[in-house]
Design a protein around this ligand. Sequence first.
Ligand code: PLP
Length: 402
Amino acid sequence: ELDQHPSGRHFLQIPGPSPVPDRILRAMSLPTIDHRGPEFGELGLKVLGGIRKIFQTQHPVIIYPASGTGAWEAALSNTLSPGDSVLMFETGHFATLWKQMALRLGLEPEFLSLPASQSWRHGVQPQLIEARLQEDREHRIKAVCVVHNETSTGVTSDISAVRRAIDAADHPALLLVDTISGLASADYRHDEWGVDVSVSGSQKGLMLPPGISFNALSPKAIEASQRSTMPRGFWAWDEILTANANGYWPYTPNTNLLYGLGEALDMLLGEGLEQVFARHERWGEGVRRAVNAWGLEIQCQEPALYSPVLTGVVTPEGIDADEVRRTIYDRFDLSLGTGLGKAKGRMFRIGHLGDCNDLTLIATLGGCEAGLKLCGVELFGSGMQAALDFFADNPAPGTPAA
Ligand code: PLP
């Protein structure tokens, strides 16, 4: 039989898992070591220290050998007790899934939403959070849970404004934030923004394969974990924090992903977080210029909240976005994100994170442009050209002048 495979690299332009740099793949290919030996302790301390810098926190960060969903469960089960009310906001599909998990765990989530015409196109509305907390005079609400970068829509939320809303209501609720797809691409400040638990994962801005995830803690979250009565075993912070003090885990950690994390930390901190955020902002702007040049709509309706991680592209009425995605995959070996939940068939998502550069994004936009045309979408102009012009006219900081 013929071995038929596409030549060249597959274009993985979904908003996570993101393309993994060769440097990280090589670091992960080293032999697995004894997770109770001295060499491991050094690695553990290195990654546990480095990841704090990524969350911009002085406090402990827990690393789980689990996907982001596990770290969601960990955040809820360590801080809350059965029957507790939690206030959540429907930014999109991932906020909805986190709410469903809260229900499964025996919590009582209250889900704030915008009217259908605006739903999934805006960020968290801090004034609605504040108003709801003002009403809650008995302090029945124990936590406010929001998503920082809603991966299903490409809309971010202003987390420091959510903190201010909680403070303005003079309410003791904890602030739990999902930055699974925001961390290490979009600016994120655990301490400065007063977040109690930040949840993240490996397969997005950290440029690692899926398989590890995080809870960044605050002293108030640790205190809450000492009082909360939700049953928890694997996720319990206390045993992990004790073992982590010496760079170890109470169970077998994901050694090779931790090699990868060590390499990712060297790359991201070596580049500098400011530069990392600026790089993603610039890519996002280039991709949005392409969508505008095509004459298509961007899912996010608040320019101040455009995600630097991904862009949601709405397909015209009568065009199935999944058909467009399939065509692009079959013809150009390029993967794009599907429309999730309520957005199924209505939009596709272009990831601009991970091991990308200007030209991989130009190629991605070229594949989108050709696929849209093949599916009968009439485009105003060339988005690929608009993005190329933007990248050429606005060199990345540090590139030599022409
Ligand atoms: N939250 C957000 C914002 C996500 O983007 C994802 C995954 O894409 C998840 C949660 C779930 O994470 P995982 O699929 O790693 O369990």
